[in-house]
Write a protein that binds this ligand. Sequence first.
Ligand code: PEP
Ligand code: MN
Length: 258
Amino acid sequence: MPSQKPLIIIAGPCSIESEKQFLTIAKAVKKVGATHIRGGAFKPRTDPTAFQGHGHDVLHLLDKAKQLTKLPVVTELLDTEDIIEVAHHTDIIQIGTRNMHNTALLKKIAQRAPTKPILLKRGFAATKKELMGAIGYLHHHGHKGQIYVCERGIRTFADGEYSRYTLDVNFIAACKKDPNFKYPIIVDPSHPAGKAELVEALAYAGIAAGADGLIIEVSMSPFIEVAQSDKDQQITPQMLKRIMNNAEKIRRVVNYKS
Ligand code: PEP
Ligand code: MN
């Protein structure tokens, strides 16, 4: 039987850059059918001089986006000091790929926000065992909320040549076939793609491998042209709409038991 559960679609800009930008995009992705809104306040950038996100100053905009759209919101947490505050403003805490191995952060989230749902992004060089270990840290320290696992691409020899990371669809299929793996898998096609034109194909590949949802970076004019992080990989709401429609069809056709 095809799975009856609709796909989880988390969409929004890479970073929350202004009230106008975030609320305009939030409204637009809601209109095309997204189920959750994403937006980063704290950004884990490679270059310390790059835009780091507006941090505490924009957390209240997550509340505004939620009020406006009536959709749950997702944002990344970087620092143990911000756990209570971030948990207060978000429905799901995102743990980024760089922090999957940060056991001190995982432990403190479990202790301070034990019921808060978590989107745990797989480390870009993490094995399945290491991912399960990170989940184990959360459980061991008392986390009881929903955990979503996110495949967002791993580092391979293809790095940078035609992709930013390599989307590991094999990992998605293997997790879904593992009877002991009981977590929904969300695919992030944006960060492995690195370019808007590749996002659609990677989204379909992830859903065809059995994923339960997508987290996609979405922006629109006039914000997309001046985005301060991940400018090239953000797609438009119209493109998101097409991806969602086709992804639902693919999910019905592949017909995995989950
Ligand atoms: C993001 O979602 O914007 C992000 C930084 O993700 P990742 O941790 O997968 O790089
Ligand atoms: Mn990003």
